[in-house]
Structures are given as C-alpha cells and as structure tokens.
Ligand binder design. Structure first.
Ligand code: GLN
Length: 478
C-alpha cells in the first residue's frame, strides 16, 4: 500500500502521482476512507460515505490505463447533501426528505462523472442551506476540525470540514449568501462562489434561486480553478446560466488586479479584533507584493443584510412549497387533505426553515409586498450599482470573509439575528451576482487553539480569473 501524504496533496500533485504510477485511484480513495473511519464519528462531516467508493476508483484506474484520464480522473470529491447524484440519497439535511433517492444527476455531477472523479459521500449542512453554522441539520451538527468545540461555519460546513480534516481532497458546496465562503474561512480552506449563472443549478435543491450557486471548496486556489473549468458552462436545463463571453470584464491593473477596500463599510461595529488585525496584515502583505490598494466607497452596502434576508425569506417560502409529502419524502397522516400537509410540514421541517417560510409569506403578502419585497429588490439594484461604480477604479474588492473566527457550538443558536450578522460581508456577492472567493489569511490564537481566518475577494461579473491570480499569489502558489 502506497504511503500517501494527504496533507501536502492537491489535484495537480495527485494527478501527476497517479500518472506516474506512484499510487492508484483505489489507493488514494482508501487513504481517505481510512481518515474517515478515524475522524468522521467525531467531526460528522459526512452524513453518508458511499459503499461504492472503491468501485468508482477502480473505474478511474481503468480509464487511466485506457489512456483516457483527465486532470480530475480518480480525484476524490465530497458532495453537499443538496446536490443530486442519481441513485444516491439526498436530503438537504431535512427530515422531510429522509429516504429520498435522486432520480437524476445534477449537471455538475454529470460533468464530474465524465472526468471519472470519485464521489466519497454526501456532506452535512444546515437544513435546506439556511443557516451559518451547520448546527441546523436534522442529522446532528458538524464540528470544526481546528477546535471541535466550535462550528465549522455553514451551510456547507460538512464539505469544508471534510476537506480541512483530510477526509476528502476537494468538495462541492452551494452558496446562497456565503455558505461556501464562510465555512471555508472557518476551516482554513479555499471557497469560491462563481459568477451567478456560470455554474448550472440544475439538480441543486433550491433555496433562493436568484442567489444560489454551486462552488468548489479546496485546499488551494489552483484546485478551485481546475474544478470551475470543468463544472462551469451554459446548460439547457438552467435558463439562468450564461453563455461563454456574456461578460467581457475589462481589467484596470494590467499586471496585477487593482484592489479596493471599502473602509467605511468595514469600520462598522461588530467585527472581532482578531479579524480586523488579520485583515490589516493581509492588506500590508498585498501591498508588499506590489498590489495597488485604493480606498473605495460602497455607500449602500450597509443595507445588504436586510435586503438579502427579505429576498431570502420570500424565495425560500415559494421554493419550499413543493415539499408537501405527497409525491416524495416524508408523509404524515393528519385528518386528510390540508391537514396531512400541516402534519407533514410541521414535523418534517425544522424551526429555522419554518421561521423563514412564515416571514417569506409575510413579505410577499398583499399589503406588505411593496413595502418589503419590492423595496428590497429595488435596493438590490442600487447596491449592485455601487459595486459597478467601484469597479470603475479597482478590479478586486477586498473584505474579511466573516466578522469573527469560528464561534462556539451553541453560541448563536438561539439568536437568529446574531447568526444572520455572520453574513454581513458575504451576501453582497449574491445580491450582485459577482464572483467571490475566500482564501485562508492566517490564524487567531483563541483559548489555546489556532483558529483559521479568511479574506474575501470579489470581482466583476465573469472575472474569476483576477480572483485566481491574486489568490494564488497571496498564498504563494505557482
Ligand atoms: N447564512 C446565510 C443564510 O442563512 C447563507 C446561507 C447560504 O449561503 N446557503 O441565508
């Protein structure tokens, strides 16, 4: 059995090692399965580890022998529990979808299958991707591998914890308001939310259709770039996907992207001192590397959070209406008719999900629609315009990813507003549809533990390239 150093591995290294015959896809998959059997009981990153992992890896090895291997052949992936893989369970971490088996592949899965990747299992999340800590799963919470008394972030907490604890080489998550980026920052890995429409949402269990994007969670920026190059693209099954060349981002900085800091937006209260310090250090590091850093103004960015949550509630209430227990998933008998529906949804949906459905129904109801939903949508455009104005003079907007390092399990569970405030910096990219990436930027020493921190780079629509360039340089990747 090959002795594989998982801690130093990335996609390119794993690919080259398999090409040279240093180890096979079966051996690589087995190495991750060994870590899983040691760690998953405590971390609970995976809700299910598939029973055909080694068979998939075997097929990848055969593909390689037949000379058909690509960069991703035999690469292990952990998949968030809201992305459908045909014949496998998918529950979006909800009781209402307990026992549901997907009848088709999500477009991203179809694309990855063609490459011969190895799906290790499905990862834990907050129910229906609503939350920020992976404590709101119907199947138990996930722990942060850096300090198991703390949350891994959310909602793609299982995917981020799996990559951070070497239980997978990479993962897919979904990001509606920060769910790829915030857990990536809490777990010390890279998380990318692509431009809205760059990656198909077909086969992703919908939360907020106008915000949702699937994105990679990886150990470095190059891996995120490789995965995006495979999963992106226009899709007949998702009318919101963009055609190649829809956006023609024009860079200002020719050698390096020019970086903008929204100093006024960042000077609001509620940001931990560790985050502020680390952010300043990161900016200094970029300046020393030769980056031009300018101050920019996002005058309406402070409305982002209320605007995001009003739209989130509204779309959640309408998207989740389909879970009625009639055609699939949990069914509870009441006294027949509408009463069955109440019984099913009352037991099958968790408290946070029900809260959002109620609030969403409220903001969409006649009399309040104009005051809340329409107003939020109008402000969404104003906020997007602020960003477009800023991109007249910079190429990347830099912020911390989250206002704090990973918090303690239970710390924010009974205070929804405290939990929502975690998303202050990440939601802007979902409101505007712009691409954003969280990269590790160091550690905070708290309670004798080293907790990872992250910085978030946002770019113009369609300009993931600038994120990759600056991200790789910041992390010292080739
Ligand atoms: N924390 C945010 C929310 O609860 C984001 C969730 C997500 O990105 N799926 O809505």
């Amino acid at each position: 059995m090959a002795n594989i150093d998982l801690a130093s591995l990335d996609i390119r290294k794993a690919h080259l090692a398999m090409e040279k015959g240093e180890f096979s896809a079966v051996e690589l998959a087995q190495a991750y399965l060994d870590v899983i059997s040691e760690k998953n009981k405590e971390i609970n990153a995976y809700l299910e580890v598939y029973d055909d992992v080694l068979d998939q890896a075997q097929k990848a090895d055969e593909m390689r022998k037949a000379g058909k291997a690509t960069m991703l052949t035999g690469i292990p992936f952990a998949i968030k529990d809201n992305i459908l893989i045909k014949g496998k369970k998918a529950s979006s971490a909800s009781k209402i979808l307990e026992g549901y088996t997907a009848t088709y592949d999500a477009t991203v899965i179809e694309k990855l299958k063609k490459e011969g990747v190895v799906f290790i299992g499905r990862t834990n999340m907050d129910e229906f991707a609503l939350g920020g800590s992976t404590e709101k799963s119907a199947y138990g919470l996930t722990r942060n591998p850096h300090d198991t008394d703390r949350v891994p972030g959310g909602t793609s907490g299982g995917s981020a914890a799996a990559v951070a604890s070497l239980m997978s080489l990479c993962a897919l998550g979904s990001d509606t308001g920060g769910s790829v980026r915030q857990p990536a920052s809490f777990c010390g890995v890279v998380g990318l939310k692509p431009t809205y429409g760059n990656v198909s949402r077909y086969g992703l269990i919908a939360a907020v259709s106008s915000f949702d994007q699937i994105g990679p969670i990886t150990r470095n920026v190059s891996d995120a770039e490789i995965i995006l190059s495979v999963i992106h693209g226009n899709d007949i099954h998702d009318g919101t996907t963009i055609q190649e060349g829809t956006y023609k981002p024009e860079r200002i900085g020719k050698d390096r992207p020019v970086i903008g800091i929204p100093a006024a937006f960042l000077s609001q209260g509620g940001i931990s001192k560790e985050v502020i310090e680390n952010f300043h250090d990161s900016v200094d590091k970029l300046k020393k590397m030769g980056y031009v850093v300018l101050d920019i103004d996002l005058p309406n960015a402070s409305y982002s959070l209320p605007v995001y949550y009003i739209i989130n509630f509204a779309e959640v209430s309408s998207n989740l209406a389909r879970f009625d227990g009639v055609r699939y998933g949990l069914h509870k008998d009441g006294n027949g008719g509408i009463d069955d529906y109440f019984a099913t949804r009352g037991t099958g949906l968790g408290k946070e999900v029900r809260r959002r459905i109620l609030l969403g129904t409220y903001v969409l109801s006649s009399g309040y629609y104009d005051a809340y939903y329409n107003r939020a949508n109008a402000l969404r455009k104003v906020i997007a315009q602020d960003f477009l104005n800023a991109y007249q003079k910079v190429d990347i907007i830099l912020m911390p990813t989250a206002p704090s390092p990973a918090f303690k399990i239970g710390e924010k569970i009974s205070d929804p507003v405290a939990m929502y405030l975690e998303d202050i910096f990440t939601v802007t990219a979902n409101l505007t549809g712009m691409p954003a990436m969280s990269i590790p930027s160091g550690f905070a020493e708290i309670d004798g533990k080293r907790l990872p921190l992250g910085i978030q780079m946002t770019a113009r629509h369609g300009d993931e390239k600038s994120l990759f360039q600056a991200g790789k340089e910041f992390l010292g990747e080739q």
